[in-house]
Design a protein around this ligand. Structure first.
Ligand SMILES: NC(=O)c1ccc[n+]([C@@H]2O[C@H](COP(=O)([O-])OP(=O)(O)OC[C@H]3O[C@@H](n4cnc5c(N)ncnc54)[C@H](O)[C@@H]3O)[C@@H](O)[C@H]2O)c1
Length: 353
């Protein structure tokens, strides 16, 4: 496909990031939008100068070659089924589905109709993640032996935890299911599929409606690597970070600050009086700060975000100039393990209640 029409379904919070992405593509033009809330759709259409607000999903599907779905996950399966059955390419936000059987049907339908499914696993193309991946691929930290992922938030800082009406509260495992795809595809990206070994969920007296398990630690294991994912709804630090520990070094990634550091520090007796690895790394990171922030600013000035970049990659893929950004095995891994973890969190919370 050289030139194609895109229809966007669901014009809520994340939709502007998609629309900005499509505006930058070579082949795609957003022909129109649809939302159950027509006022919202009209508002978004006016904001982005989109010519049509469709009256129904059917109309949008008939008028477009590619359908981009930005609705809550509970609605994804029904919408995707209609899109794929009509032989349209599907671009869709994570979490892809809330039940594994829906994904199985989707994958079979896409194959039958010879159309593509891309899930927005956008953090793979975050600047800091690309930097980390480059270091790993260059062998700078040796073999990865441990991944530690932290998603630490609080009910005041997290828009999905505020109040008790957000759709994420109805997902398996509550609010964590909404972010869990990020944790799983990132791990998969760096180490391939790791098996879910353990899920520990606490329901403390601070637990809110959105995160009935307010402290969760998930352990994943592979042949030579262990990974943990920590979700907290009690931490005002608002951290979104991960650490890749290798046999030769360590990479630390701050996803919110879009900053990655690499350390290959090795202990030597003479280094200890200088403050050991902590002091040395702090000094070294200071030197990297300015060039890193210049790169960050350059991205910002060019309006580059993980969403604009992933949609550019989808555009290249649809025009036959690149491979799929979310291969089916990655989607499959994420869907099956989100389901497993989400349901296990619910089971443990119910046991306590
Ligand atoms: N990749 C990321 O970094 C990222 C970030 C935020 C949200 N998301 C994902 O994007 C999706 C949407 O999240 P959001 O925060 O924009 O949600 P939102 O609640 O702000 O917006 C959802 C919109 O979809 C509409 N809608 C609901 N059901 C519909 C249906 N059946 N048909 C048409 N319209 C419908 C609603 O009216 C609403 O306008 C979710 O899957 C979420 O997990 C991803």
């Amino acid at each position: 496909m050289t030139n194609y029409k895109v229809g966007l379904v669901g014009t809520g919070v994340i939709s502007p990031a998609h629309l900005r992405g499509w505006q930058r593509t070579t082949g795609g033009v957003v022909a129109g939008v649809f939302d159950l809330n027509r006022d919202m759709a009209q508002q978004r259409a006016d904001e982005f100068k989109i010519p049509v607000v469709y009256d129904s999903l059917e109309q949008l599907i008939m008028a477009c070659d590619v359908v981009d779905v930005c609705t809550p996950p509970q609605s994804h399966a029904a919408i995707a089924q209609q899109v794929l059955a009509a032989g349209r390419h599907l671009v869709i936000e994570k979490p892809l589905v809330t039940a594994v059987a829906d994904w199985d049907e989707m994958a079979a339908l896409a194959q039958e109709k010879q159309v593509t499914i891309t899930v927005i696993h956008n953090l793979k193309v975050a600047r800091c993640v690309e930097q980390a991946k480059k270091w790993v691929d260059e062998g700078r930290i040796g073999q990865i032996i441990r991944i530690r992922r932290e998603f630490l938030t609080s009910p005041e800082a997290d828009r999905m935890l505020v109040g008790n009406t957000h759709w994420s509260h109805q997902l398996p495992g509550g609010r964590w299911f909404e972010t869990l795809p990020h944790e799983l595809y990132l791990t998969h990206y760096f180490t391939g599929p790791l098996e879910v070994a353990d899920v520990q969920a606490l329901h403390t007296t601070n637990a809110t409606e959105g995160a009935p398990a307010d402290e969760v630690v998930i352990t994943l294991r592979g042949e030579s690597c262990l990974a943990t994912i920590h979700f907290s709804a009690n931490c005002r630090q608002n951290r979104r970070a991960f650490t890749l520990q290798g046999t030769e070094g360590i990479i630390q990634v701050d996803l919110l600050g879009d900053f990655a550091t690499l350390s290959r520090y090795q202990d030597r007796r003479w280094r200890r009086p200088l403050g050991g690895y902590m002091a040395t790394e702090t000094a070294r990171d200071g030197l990297h700060w300015l060039p890193n922030r210049c790169g960050y600013l350059w991205w910002q000035l060019r309006g580059q975000t993980p969403h604009t970049r992933i949609i550019s990659a989808v555009d290249r893929y649809l025009r036959g100039e690149g491979g799929p950004l979310t291969p089916l095995d990655e989607i499959d891994y994420v869907v099956r393990n989100c389901d497993r973890i989400g349901r296990e969190i619910d089971r443990q919370v119910k046991q306590v209640a």
